[in-house]
Design a protein around this ligand. Sequence first.
Ligand SMILES: Cc1cc2nc3c(=O)[nH]c(=O)nc-3n(C[C@H](O)[C@H](O)[C@H](O)COP(=O)(O)O)c2cc1C
Length: 192
Amino acid sequence: MKTLIIIAHPNENSFNYAISEEVQSHLKNKNHELKIKDLYKEGFDPILKEDNYLQFYQNNVPKDIHEEQKLITWAENLVFIFPTWWNGMPAMLKGYLDRVFTNGFAFQFSKGKVEGLLAGKNVVIFQTTSQTEDFMKPNQLVSSMETTIDLGFLNYCGFNVMTHKFFYSVPQVDQETREKMLGEVRGVVDIM
Ligand SMILES: Cc1cc2nc3c(=O)[nH]c(=O)nc-3n(C[C@H](O)[C@H](O)[C@H](O)COP(=O)(O)O)c2cc1C
């Protein structure tokens, strides 16, 4: 299986990086062919500027974005790893979506309906939080992100969302709980 891991975190000592390393070692053991898109490390430019905006609607993207799209086309599986920042994804990742998942590449309209062009690809999401599950769930902070990310972005583009896994209270938990969480990471990517 060809699997692309997309990570959006600025700190290599973060729990998000630990998740990424766990995913990589587990999928390598399962003989996946891996490519890593580390948005901060690569210095990805997340700002959609006017020329890019016009091209978004003209199916005529800049060369660097075309290279990003080739990577998505290559992948059979995608794994997104990111922290919750202001109840959504980091702006770095949002900018990557804005610029890469363009009209004509990720979706198109035909006869007034939208068609996801990336059907057949599976997605797993790992998202960390500092807030507790007991606070987030009753306040719809989890369901709102599941709706916007899984339905509003991934399903819209045709992706099959296998799991959107949240790890709560990450800065507060002890080492033993972190190890347990990393065990869960292995269980989640096992389905890929
Ligand atoms: C700019 C910023 C905004 C944040 N907003 C939220 C938030 O809305 N909800 C939340 O639970 N945690 C929030 N956090 C905390 C991070 O989600 C948390 O520290 C991270 O998920 C822990 O994983 P890490 O150690 O890999 O960074 C925020 C952190 C930063 C830096």
